[in-house]
Design a protein around this ligand. Structure first.
Ligand code: PHE
Length: 457
C-alpha cells in the first residue's frame, strides 16, 4: 500500500475504546467466570492479577512499541525494525493463533448471538412459572441444544462471520473505530445492571466469597498456568493484535499509560462479570466448576423471575455479543493486515479469504455433530485442543519472544524515544523501570511457568 497513507485511529479516546474493545470479550464474560469456577475461586483470581501486572502490561507496552514504531502488520513490523529474521515468526505464529482462536471463539460467539434471539423471541418466558429444579434443567437443556444441535450452532457461527466481515471491510476509522465507540460504553452500562440484580439475590455473599476469598492451598501448577494463559488471551497478547492496533495509534499516544488503563479496565470488566455470575451459581445450587456452559446456564435464571426479565436477558446477551464482536474484529485484523500489506491484496478480498477459511475449518471441527467433531486428539476434542494450544502454548510463547525482542534487541535510545512520546517531561526513570521489568522479570516468569507446566522444572 505504498503511496496511500496508512489509516490511524483518530485520537486518544478512540484508541482506548478500540483497544479495550479488543481486550474485553468472551474472555471476560464467558472464560473468566468458568475458569475461576474450575480453578478454585479467589486464589485463581489473585494469580491472574499478578500475571496481568508482571507479564500482561509489560508485553502490551512492547507490542504497542513494535506496532507504532514500524507502522506495519505483525509480520512486516519486524523487517521494518531490522530485527533478526527469526522474530518474524512472532507474526507468522500470531496469524496462526488468530485462526486457531477464531475456530472456537466464533462458535461460542454464535451461542451468544443465538441467546439474544432466544430471549427476544420469548424462549425463556416459560421459566417464570417453573419451579426451581425444572428451571435449572430447562436452561441446561437449552444450552445443550445450542452447543450440540445439528445445523443450529453452525448457522449461528455463519451469522457471526458475516457481521465481523462487514465491519472489517469498512476499515479502521469507519469500521472498527465507529463500532467500538458506541458499543463499549453500552456494554459497561449493561453489565452494571446485571450486577445490581445479582447482588440483590439472598445468596450473593456466598458468590462473592467464592470469587474473592483467597485460599492459598488451592494454588497449583495448573492453576498458575491457566491464569497466565488467561492473561494473554484476555489482553489479546502474544499474537500481534496489539502490534497491529499499535500501528494505527497516533504519535502523541502515551503507550505505557494506555496499556495500564486498558489492562485495569479489562480486569474490572472480568470482575464485574464474575459478580454477575457467581451469586446466581450459589443461589440456584449449581456447580461453580460447571465448565464452558456456566454463563449460559446461569444468566437466564438471574432474570427469570424479574419484571422485564426477558428484556434484561436479551440486553445481557447483547452485551456479550458486542464484547465478542469487537474482540473478534481485532483477532481477524491480524491476518487481514498481514495479507493485505505483505501480498498487496485489497482489504475487502483479504477479509473474505480470511473469514472464509476460519468459517470452513471452524464449522468442520468444533461442533460435536460436525464431520470431525467426534475426533479426539490427546483425549480432547478439537474445541478443547484449539483452546489449550492457543492460550497455554502459542500466546505465552509469542509473548516470551516479544519480551526478548524488546528487552535485548531494541536499543535503549529507541525505546526511550518511543515510550516518552506524548509526555511533556523526561520520565527517564519510568523507561528504565520498564526496561528492567521487560528484560528480567517478565521473560523469567514466563519461562518458569512454562517449563514448569510441561514438566521440565
Ligand atoms: N481478548 C479477547 C477476549 O477476552 C480475545 C482475544 C484474544 C482477542 C486474542 C484478540 C486476540 O475475549
Amino acid at each position: 500500500m505504498e503511496g496511500k497513507k496508512r489509516e490511524t485511529f483518530s485520537g486518544s479516546i478512540t484508541i482506548f475504546l478500540a483497544t479495550l474493545g479488543s481486550a474485553v470479550g468472551l474472555g471476560n464474560i464467558w472464560k473468566f467466570p468458568y475458569l475461576t469456577g474450575e480453578n478454585g475461586g479467589g486464589a485463581f483470581v489473585l494469580s491472574y492479577l499478578f500475571c496481568v501486572l508482571l507479564v500482561g502490561i509489560p508485553i502490551m507496552v512492547g507490542e504497542f512499541y513494535i506496532g507504532r514504531r514500524s507502522r506495519k502488520n505483525a509480520v512486516g513490523a519486524f523487517s521494518k525494525l531490522n530485527a533478526p529474521k527469526f522474530f518474524k515468526s512472532i507474526g507468522y505464529f500470531g496469524t496462526l493463533s488468530a485462526f486457531i482462536i477464531m475456530f472456537f471463539y466464533s462458535a461460542v460467539a454464535g451461542w451468544v448471538y443465538s441467546y439474544v434471539f432466544k430471549a427476544l423471541t420469548g424462549k425463556f418466558n416459560l421459566l417464570r412459572s417453573m419451579p426451581m429444579e425444572k428451571a435449572v434443567k430447562f436452561t441446561s437443556d437449552t444450552f445443550a441444544f445450542t452447543a450440540s444441535g445439528n445445523l443450529y450452532p453452525m448457522l449461528w457461527q455463519a451469522v457471526v462471520f458475516i457481521i465481523v466481515s462487514i465491519i472489517l471491510m469498512a476499515g479502521i476509522k469507519n469500521g472498527i473505530e465507529k463500532v467500538t465507540k458506541i458499543l463499549m460504553p453500552l456494554l459497561f452500562l449493561l453489565i452494571i445492571i446485571c450486577d445490581i440484580r445479582a447482588l440483590t439475590l439472598p445468596k450473593a455473599p456466598e458468590g462473592l466469597n467464592f470469587l474473592f476469598h483467597v485460599d492459598i492451598s488451592k494454588l497449583s501448577k495448573s492453576v498458575i498456568l491457566t491464569a497466565l494463559g488467561l492473561a494473554f488471551f484476555k489482553l489479546s497478547l502474544g499474537m500481534g493484535t496489539m502490534i497491529t492496533y499499535g500501528s494505527y495509534f497516533t504519535e502523541e499516544e502515551k503507550l505505557i499509560n494506555t496499556s495500564m488503563r486498558v489492562a485495569l479496565s479489562d480486569t474490572l470488566v472480568s470482575l464485574l462479570a464474575g459478580i454477575a455470575v457467581f451469586p446466581v451459581v450459589f443461589q440456584f445450587g449449581m456447580e461453580p466448576s460447571g465448565g464452558a456452559g456456566l454463563l449460559f446456564k446461569t444468566i437466564p435464571l438471574v432474570f427469570s423471575k424479574m419484571p422485564f426479565g426477558n428484556i434484561l436477558l436479551a440486553a445481557f446477551f447483547l452485551l456479550a455479543s458486542i464484547a465478542a464482536t469487537t474482540a473478534m474484529i481485532s483477532m481477524v485484523e491480524v491476518p487481514v493486515a498481514f495479507i493485505s500489506e505483505e501480498y498487496k491484496i485489497n482489504r475487502k478480498l483479504s477479509v473474505l479469504i480470511t473469514t472464509s477459511i476460519m468459517f470452513i475449518i471452524g464449522v468442520l471441527t468444533v461442533h460435536p455433530n460436525s464431520i470431525f467433531g467426534a475426533v479426539k486428539i490427546l483425549n480432547r476434542s478439537f474445541f478443547d485442543n484449539f483452546d489449550f494450544l492457543s492460550s497455554n502454548i502459542l500466546l505465552p510463547l509469542g509473548g516470551l519472544l516479544i519480551a526478548i525482542f524488546i528487552g535485548y534487541f531494541v536499543l535503549k535510545e529507541n525505546l526511550k524515544d518511543e515510550l516518552l512520546k506524548g509526555y511533556s517531561s523526561e520520565k527517564v526513570n519510568m523507561v528504565s523501570a520498564y526496561r528492567f521489568i521487560i528484560r528480567y522479570v517478565t521473560p523469567i516468569l514466563l519461562l518458569v511457568v512454562f517449563l514448569n507446566s510441561i514438566g521440565i522444572i
